[in-house]
Design a protein around this ligand. Sequence first.
Ligand code: SF4
Length: 318
Amino acid sequence: MQENATQALPPLEVIVARSAGTCFGVEAAIELAETHRKPILGPIVHNPQIVNDLAQKGIPILERYQELDNLIHDGVKEVVITAHGYPKELKEALVEKGIQFHDATCPVLLKWVYRKIRTFEDQGFHIILIGNPNHAEIIASRSYGGNIHVVYSKEEVDRLPAGLEKTIAICQTTITKEKFEKIVKYIRDTKYPNMRAVDTRCKPVKNQQEAVEDLAQWVDAILIVGGFNSSNTTNLANLAKKYLPEKTYHIDSPDLLQAEWLQGIRHLGIGAGTSTPKSQIDDVQQRVAELYQGEVHFRKEGNDGEILDGDFTPDDEF
Ligand code: SF4
């Protein structure tokens, strides 16, 4: 009886979003941490699995903004700075205290965002940085300008000074396009009508956001895999929820996947943030195959959004 019931379930098609998983910035940061094996000032990236893997390899994860005298007291002479960047004055303090740092700050920030900040300020712009003021990336980025205004809500926009001439908005690399545009509009409507805006989201984030948005529009349910403290992963989940408010599931471990989420689903999407390792995506696919009482076909999306021919088992190279 049970066997017949199992065979009656139609096949489940699982489609992994194009560009899902770690970006070059995250991969370089992990490699740097593993190469130097020195204490890291904060989680190297916002993914618990990666952080735990490094900790298990004996690499200490310290508090991000701790007193440098404590480091000296503990005999720490070298540290690693995370992919999110580190405030300019704190880098200078490390040098002053004789603590060498290995910098895993993403090149997108070092070579693009910070450079834009300097260039715009040299051109006489007041910079409005749209992003979470408590996020490590924003805390670092704002330190590379003279007087950057950070806003992430209408209330923060309302508190901006009136009458600033020559303003320009840039944004956190992981923010959604929708949120960026919404805040830019609100600032133009209420504060600076002529403000210019430059979308400084990084390419991997843009690609992933587009891919998840495309996928969420036609699959029956979607899993977004990655750390709950990862802003780009959380933003992917929020994007997917626009189309699948009841069928978007943000998980940071395959153990969280529930069999009932697969009931009545024929097409299941999987998206993953820029800090989600491929192994974690594979583990989630494996868990789907274990939980679903029927055939499961794994497919991947091509760069143009087309579903590529052929089935892919969870062990295939993506
Ligand atoms: S998400 Fe973008 S900014 Fe962040 S590490 Fe990856 S490439 Fe760099």
